[in-house]
Structure formats: structure tokens, C-alpha cells
Design a protein around this ligand. Structure first.
Ligand code: GTP
Ligand code: MG
Length: 200
């Protein structure tokens, strides 16, 4: 699939005010600074559709983008950013939880994970919470350009081994780099397949 049109629709701090849930929707979540906004720009081939920053905590609202007049991509705030105040952090996390549990047209959540890091407790717990709540998700490893092909493979396998301590099978996983456009076709094809096969 190729994306021909991508436009910003609205930013929200209230799930109830998001666009009508009448189109397929895919959201990007993960720790602050993992590369959610960069991945949206990479997938849509736009340099600055979603706002990115070197410092964590850039995206603070639920941002809807309409793709090809047909489906939504959603850029979410990151979780686990230690330097926001505790109350603000609680607010973001409530916003994220509300969005995930209430958004009825959310077809799949893309959970972004920095491919360079050891499995982090916060991500493992977040995915367990998704599992407990029956939220469909896949894993997207980011910043693949920072590692060699061999190291990427090793880290991914290690991550899957750690997950198998608690999971019966591991979720689908993609390796990506927004810098090098790695994994772009695979992710877009995956979305295209869901758009065609999952009924709202
Ligand atoms: P928040 O909105 O703050 O939660 O962050 P985010 O997850 O949206 O991250 P963002 O896309 O803003 O990227 C954070 C930083 O990582 C920026 O400096 C990006 O340039 C960098 N970055 C993102 N993706 C990649 C990648 O694939 N490769 C490399 N080398 N850097 C990346
Ligand atoms: Mg962001």
C-alpha cells in the first residue's frame, strides 16, 4: 500500500471529543522519545505531519490524522516520562488508558520499543495490561539504524525469549527505522490487510 494523502484532523485531551469512530484506526504508543511521531512521518512520507523532538514529552495530546480519506492514524503521548510532574504524568496515563479502552474503532495498537534496550519493565507491564484487556497490538522496534543487522536480530530474539516467560506466544513484531525507512512496506501492508479484512 502507498499513502497518497495524509492530513491532520484534530488534537484532543478528551477521548469523547475524538472524531466519530466510523473508520479503521491505528494508534502508536510507547515510552516518550521512542519515535512514535517520527514513525508516523516516515509511514506517511511527510517530514513534519506529526511533531517530533529530541527531548521526551513532545506529544501531549491524542492526535488524529486522516489517511487517504479513509482511515486514521493516531499519535499518542508517551508513557513513563519521569521528568513530567507526577500529577501530569498521571493525567497522560489516564488519557492513554481511556483512549485504549474506549476507542471502539481501534483496530490495532502499535507498541513501539527502542531496539537497543534490554526489555524494560514498564513496556512489559504495559503489554500485559493490553493482554488482560483484550486489546489487539503488535510490537514495533524502533531506531533500527542504530544497530547492525546481526545485533537487531539478536535483540529481537532476546526480547521474545523474555516475553515467553509470561506469554504463551509472542505478538507479531516489526523492525523499523524512521531514519532509513526500514520496515515501512511491511507495516503499511499489515495495515492494508487489516483495513480489508477487519469489519468495523
Ligand atoms: P514523545 O512525543 O515525546 O513521546 O516522543 P516520540 O515517541 O513521538 O518520539 P519522536 O518521534 O519525537 O522522536 C524522538 C527522537 O528520536 C527524535 O530526536 C528523533 O529524531 C529520534 N528518532 C526517532 N526515530 C528514529 C529512528 O528511527 N532513528 C534514529 N536514529 N532516530 C530516531
Ligand atoms: Mg511524539
Amino acid at each position: 500500500m502507498e499513502i497518497l494523502k495524509a492530513e491532520f484532523v484534530v488534537s484532543n485531551s478528551d477521548v469523547g471529543k475524538c472524531p466519530a469512530p466510523d473508520r479503521h484506526e491505528y494508534a502508536f504508543i510507547g515510552r516518550s522519545n521512542v519515535g512514535k511521531s517520527s514513525l508516523i512521518n516516515m509511514l506517511t512520507n511527510r517530514n513534519s505531519l506529526a511533531k517530533t523532538a529530541a527531548k521526551p514529552g513532545k506529544t501531549q495530546l491524542i492526535n488524529h490524522f486522516l489517511i487517504d480519506d479513509n482511515w486514521y492514524m493516531v499519535d499518542l503521548p508517551g508513557y513513563g516520562y519521569a521528568r513530567t510532574s507526577k500529577s501530569l504524568r498521571g493525567q497522560f496515563e489516564k488519557l492513554i488508558r481511556d483512549y485504549i479502552l474506549k476507542r471502539e474503532n481501534l483496530i490495532c495498537l502499535f507498541v513501539l520499543i527502542d531496539c537497543r534496550l534490554e526489555p524494560q519493565q514498564i513496556d512489559l507491564e504495559f503489554m500485559e495490561w493490553l493482554g488482560e484487556n483484550g486489546v489487539p497490538f503488535v510490537m514495533v522496534f524502533t531506531k533500527g539504524d542504530k544497530l547492525s543487522v546481526a545485533q537487531r536480530r539478536k535483540n529481537l530474539e532476546h526480547y521474545q525469549e523474555v516475553m515467553l516467560d509470561t506469554w504463551e506466544t509472542t505478538p507479531i513484531a516489526f523492525m523499523t527505522s524512521s531514519e532509513k525507512k526500514l520496515g515501512r512496506e511491511e507495516l503499511l501492508d499489515y495495515i492494508d490487510e487489516l483495513n480489508r479484512t477487519v469489519e468495523l
